[in-house]
Ligand binder design. Sequence first.
Ligand SMILES: [Zn+2]
Length: 430
Amino acid sequence: MESGVLIEVAEGRVTSLRAGSAPGDAVVLDGLVLPGLANAHSHAFHRALRGATQTGGGTFWTWREIMYRVASALDPDTYLDLARAVYAEMAMAGITCVGEFHYLHHAPGGTPYADPNAMGEALVEAAAQAGVRITLLDTCYLSSGFGAGPDTTQLRFSDGSAEAWAERAESLAGALKARDHARVGAAIHSVRAVPADQLGTVAAWADARRAPIHVHLSEQPAENEGCLAAYGVTPAGLLADHGVLGPRTTAVHATHLTDGDVALLGGTATTVCMCPTTERDLADGIGPAKDLQEAGARLTLGSDSHAVIDLFEEARGMELNERLRTRRRGHWSAAELLRAATGDGHASLGWPDAGRIEVGAVADLVTVSLDSVRTAGPRPGAETAVFAATAADVRDVVAGGRVVVRHGVHVLVPDAPAALRAAIARLEAS
Ligand SMILES: [Zn+2]
């Protein structure tokens, strides 16, 4: 930790770091300055469910029913509106890059829009308007479970085959070439949603482009049981058999794993994205994050269903979950937890040159206030950010060299709460 550092930026990158007095036109960043945070797993539209799913009981599967109702109501126009506000909320929480796991491709009933990538392009435009970078993880989703056809809601998600998915994803990648803030990756929704004989097609597309590939893995025991019944192997085993695991791959959740699964994920240097606030909200369980890391997996963090958008809460949630599970403290240092929320997250989204404050890196800077009621007192450092601060303590955000949030206000979406309220109300009325 150093104080009084002058950070010079040109063309979106850090060009020098030195102690000394600032020139008159320098932007003064007060507080604890961190690299930009990466939200490695997002479904933007789930933000519309916040609060609405907190009455009554149920499980992940009953929650999914309500989530599907929102999914049915969206079109490219309303999704642009909603995602712009959600990404503004993310920016205000210090997030400079989002991994959007996107499967809402087609119109209700499954008919493609005139531009078959209208929904994905709406998300990319939303990120631009909110001043954050996006990796659009274009998701292959073909089945309601182990070979069965998609159900009514899921028709919107399906391209019919992995080959048709790859064709559409390829045209999206072409359309986004000129957009500096966006990259395209691949995703497999889950082994439930993509039949085994189609997994290789998605993996091959990502391989050919050297693109990230993300996949939901073993969030629920029912997925493991279904996979064992259909194929005689665990979901992690099935992904390994079809060439899906590896250093460009992120397995999301990885909650219910066997020892063999942990060894497979670690041995292939697959990244694992933990989403602690969603996993606890949906009563999923606690994944073996520490075991995975010790086996060789890299860890990242995501706010997934956006019950909360706060990467500090995700970071400490991973550590605190492990404490509850093991009844021991101190599994990761605050600096290690912050690395999951910054550099490792950006790398998993295909931005290996972001998430660090160093010469040559993408100029993403976040300040955390050290004089709020939460952060006043402790000596400034990573511990303050991870164990005391919340997203509400983020004051300034620079993304790619551009000031996006200043003194707690989003520069491009000055009234982000109103934008969220209006977008969600519009959706409810449709
Ligand atoms: Zn998810």
